[in-house]
Design a protein around this ligand. Sequence first.
Ligand SMILES: Nc1nc2c(ncn2[C@@H]2O[C@H](COP(=O)(O)OP(=O)(O)OP(=O)(O)O)[C@@H](O)[C@H]2O)c(=O)[nH]1
Length: 220
Amino acid sequence: MPVELEAFNIQPARQATPRAARVGIGGPVGSGKTRLLEQLIPRFAARGIDLAVITNDLVTREDAERVRRSGLIDPARVLAVETGACPHTAIREDPTLNLQAADELDERFPGLQLVLIESGGDNLASSFSLDLVDYWIFVIDVAAGDDIPRKRGLGVVSCDLLVINKFDLAPYVGVDLERMTREAREVRRQRAVALTNCATGDGVDVVVDAIVENVLFDAH
Ligand SMILES: Nc1nc2c(ncn2[C@@H]2O[C@H](COP(=O)(O)OP(=O)(O)OP(=O)(O)O)[C@@H](O)[C@H]2O)c(=O)[nH]1
């Protein structure tokens, strides 16, 4: 310890652990959040981005187990948060558990660049606290109805990127995709909207590009 500090018994400031970018993925139950995660993980790996994942479930660790078993990522890089009855509380009102999990990943994996945080399935009004994430995505399901954008839920309107997933199902459920996309852009005042088929991966590169451009500036 330098003499001047020793004389006053002052400890040198501890170097803060550098923090990875944190990206939230929210949306209603079954809209395809975990499937999107499973499509994103190999794409970030292919770009050499050092990645970890946090999943939120009501009372189980099912999503975390699914991602761990997928073979797509080192299971140690997947942490589970059990949210109890109210998934949005853990990502908005009191994100302490998710913050602790993200900090733990930063400490465990020096050089970590990105943490993807999947919310538990919730309703259209769920949103992420900006104390927790730098950027967040809301995933909706074409088969759940083309009127979802018109309902102007907080998630749809205020996320950084709206993902309209399961576009492959549009012909089977009588959804006019063009109109649904146009209405989504209107209620979002022309902010980003992406169309995906997370079953095959179609459209997922656009989501990767959006994350890279918005939170991983120099990882092109
Ligand atoms: N046809 C089709 N099926 C999809 C697509 N994306 C997801 N699925 C299927 O939809 C179902 C729900 O997907 P999940 O990824 O588990 O949804 P989730 O939002 O994580 O669900 P919760 O964690 O329960 O909220 C699964 O059977 C997926 O295989 C898609 O783009 N097209």
